[in-house]
Design a protein around this ligand. Structure first.
Ligand code: MLT
Ligand code: MN
Ligand code: ZN
Length: 302
């Protein structure tokens, strides 16, 4: 199985259109060591022909355009066969609606993520004909072999696991919260290494740690370096906890809580305010602890 990080930034991307924080300003100015990033998405494939996306970023068209193996092989075709959604956040689902030009897709999501999507009338644009959208349900703890819209297996297995999270911002107060609002994924081919994808995680407890430790490569929530990062910069009154993202720093942060995790560890879904995006003290600290910082195009599995 091959796995490539198509997008490594959190919602808003890097730089974010309306943000003049130090990181966004540095990347706009072309400062050395600061690299632009698109919003979080991962592509996986086992047969070199058909690919699975984990999440559909608002930047999906740019991500496809710059990735040659995601280009059409014939006049009306896409190698993208299936999409797995780990939550219903807009930075993970808006890309679906850019894929509306009548290409059959299988979409996998938990019941609660499907409920949120079904409330959007836009979903009808992916149902222009009956075979266009194969809607498949993920259940916590149950591994499935992913298949294309016709049901032909893709050689990629996905198992959703529990991760503390929350409802998408636009649905908070609209529906009841569920443990299936946000999940992690264990991903594997028929053989070979296993990847854990956990791009949104509110706290790291023993169960989360144990789950991640059973994988060879871990892609983990690198949204914020500090709990009060947005407050310090005067950008928001919300701290990381309010947004259900465990920060990297601090005694309950992911760096301390995941210390000694075996295997390769990569921070992804990195918010534009996070200092690890540049050549900073914070970046050196996470790298010294054995973490990599995802960038667009990075091979998670070559
Ligand atoms: C998140 O990762 O918490 C969300 O993308 C936030 C948002 O929807 O703005
Ligand atoms: Mn997000
Ligand atoms: Zn910014």
């Amino acid at each position: 199985m091959r796995a490539t990080i198509l997008g490594s930034a959190a919602g808003g991307a890097f730089p974010q259109w309306n943000c003049g924080c130090p990181g966004c300003s540095n990347v706009r100015a072309g400062a050395p060591g600061w690299t632009a990033r698109t919003q979080d998405s991962l592509a996986l494939g086992a047969d070199g022909e058909r690919f699975v996306l984990v999440n559909a970023s608002p930047d999906i068209l740019v991500q496809i355009a710059r990735t040659s193996w995601l280009h059409p092989r014939s006049p009306r075709h896409s190698p993208i066969a299936a999409i797995v959604l780990t939550n219903g956040d807009l930075d993970h689902v808006l890309g679906l609606f850019s894929l509306r030009e009548s290409w059959p897709l299988a979409i996998y999501a938990t019941a609660s993520v499907w409920r949120g999507l079904e409330e959007s009338l836009f979903l009808r644009t992916l149902r222009r004909f009956p075979e266009q959208l194969a809607a498949r349900r993920l259940v916590l703890g149950e591994e499935v072999e992913l298949a294309d819209a016709k049901g032909s297996p893709l050689g990629v297995h996905a198992r959703p696991f529990a991760l503390p999270g929350k409802l998408p911002v636009h649905l908070v107060g609209h529906g009841a919260a569920s443990p299936e609002d946000n999940v992690g994924l264990g991903l594997r081919g028929e053989r070979g290494p296993r990847i854990a994808y956990a791009a949104a995680c509110a706290t790291v407890d023993e169960a989360v740690r144990k789950e991640l430790a059973s994988h060879d490569v871990v892609l983990f929530d690198g949204t914020f370096y500090r709990e009060d990062e947005l407050v310090r910069l005067g950008l928001s009154r919300s701290v990381a906890k309010d947004m259900a993202h465990v920060p990297i720093d601090g005694p309950t942060g992911s760096l301390a809580q995941l210390e000694g995790l075996p295997g390769r560890r990569i921070y992804t879904h990195v918010n534009n305010t996070n200092p690890i995006l540049g050549p900073t003290e914070e970046r050196r600290r996470v790298e010294a602890a054995g973490w990599e910082v995802a960038c667009d195009g990075m091979a998670a599995l070559a």
